[in-house]
Design a protein around this ligand. Sequence first.
Ligand SMILES: Cc1cc2nc3c(=O)[nH]c(=O)nc-3n(C[C@H](O)[C@H](O)[C@H](O)COP(=O)(O)OP(=O)(O)OC[C@H]3O[C@@H](n4cnc5c(N)ncnc54)[C@H](O)[C@@H]3O)c2cc1C
Length: 493
Amino acid sequence: MKNLSTGLVIGGSIGGLLAARVLSDFYSKVLIVEKDAFPDGPEHRRGTPQAFHPHRITLRGKAIIDRFFPDYEQDLISFGAPSSLNKIIHQQNQYGTMVSPYPRNDIKFSRAVLEYVLRERVRKIENIHFLQQHDVLSLTASPENSRITGVLARDRETDLPPYIITADLVIDTSGRTSKLTEWLGKLGYTVPLPDKMTADIGYSTRRYKLPPGKEHLADKWDAVNVGGTPGKTFLGAFSFIENQVAETILYRPDGVCPPSDPVQFEKEIGKLPSPLISELISGLDPISPPKSFRVPHLFRQHFEQMENWPAGLLVLGDAYSNFDPIFGQGMTVAAMEAELLYKELEHNHTSETGYEQNLLKKFQHVIEAAWWLNCAADLRWHGVGYEGTQPLKGIDFGQTFMDLYLKYATEKQDWKLYGLYWAVNTLSVSPRTIFNPQMVRTVLSSSSHGQSVLAELENGKPLEEALRDILPDFSEEIFAAAKTNELEVPREN
Ligand SMILES: Cc1cc2nc3c(=O)[nH]c(=O)nc-3n(C[C@H](O)[C@H](O)[C@H](O)COP(=O)(O)OP(=O)(O)OC[C@H]3O[C@@H](n4cnc5c(N)ncnc54)[C@H](O)[C@@H]3O)c2cc1C
């Protein structure tokens, strides 16, 4: 099967590890070039500053990772990562609270443990090699720049001049700080402007150890999410990672950054619409002061629209498009893209001219749903804006319907509908699953506001046609692979 020669992956984080795992089945040699030195254990490193903050994997992401790294959750467990099974989830939004035991055996972890576990699995694959402490500075290309032939890299440990590493395929997985646009520009390519959501997202995370006598909390609670009111309050969340450590976050996407001062942080936790998180952390031992993280904007690149795209180059993960972390979609999108790459290589499409750009188009089907859902959620907040080459389709209707849907499901305490809402938001099923004529009619008919929205929508058109016209054309193919019978249980960070 390994009829291709050398694959090179820029960046050894989650996207890079998944991409390398895929290439290892088809390329005789795979090289991961990473600017950091990897720690010997599940520790933090500079290249992934987001890693201190809670990282949750969706059902969809977990299934894909498990396919590439069978039983990887057992490795997480060996680092003390707990299961969510039968522990309480408490979800509070502006319409009420849903409380239930968590029905699945999902493992909760810190991002450092997940990355370490996957990296150790990759280390065991004999044709994958790591080149650490190497900064990729640019791409190298054939004389007419139509094919990428490798990268120019600098060894951070020596004063030696940068040198060229050749490869048949280069995949950029260097994250949201990727220089790909600049590198392509230097080779004479015109790169379209990305779509941007000018959300100024603020996170503040604090970790606590359970002291003796409080261990039972980790057996009882899975997660507590207290939703923010757009423009008014932070969103707060509480959950457990490995070794009886609890993490608490405050979040807001509109430029109001949650405090990193310990006293202020806990004061803001106390102002959340529910006292539950405050009560849970009282008496726990803080391990660190709160740490803040800011995401100044989100971007969605449109490399797939370029007039020319060089052969031998791909990009996936945060370097292509990134998302509001509160929805926990980033690693899942990278995993879904890695899965599409696998299919492309499996069907031997690499011999077809232009397969790289076609694949980038397919990645956009994954990105489309996540991006649209992010925009619908965050544009509710004052100060969050959108700058795109194309206007966003159906956002006003999407926001109204999602709100009314959430209200309907919460007020009726309907876990099936509530689970479906999260299955959409965590990319297990297509947004069409809830935006279908029957569901739209049921939800909108249930309130006077909804009835007027429905009347406007149906004005002279069958509902099905009206929905088709107003909403983006979400790809059904991307979601066909997901098990629609297993509903995602709600889980924000
Ligand atoms: C606060 C926060 C919380 C998040 N929470 C979640 C969550 O709950 N669930 C979820 O699914 N996602 C979450 N995400 C998103 C998630 O972190 C990313 O989507 C995920 O890590 C995949 O990113 P990536 O591998 O594409 O890039 P990154 O993780 O950013 O990794 C890029 C890698 O490339 C290396 N690199 C960069 N430039 C170079 C270069 N020039 N040469 C060599 N190496 C280079 C870096 O050192 C790094 O190792 C969160 C993000 C943030 C900011």
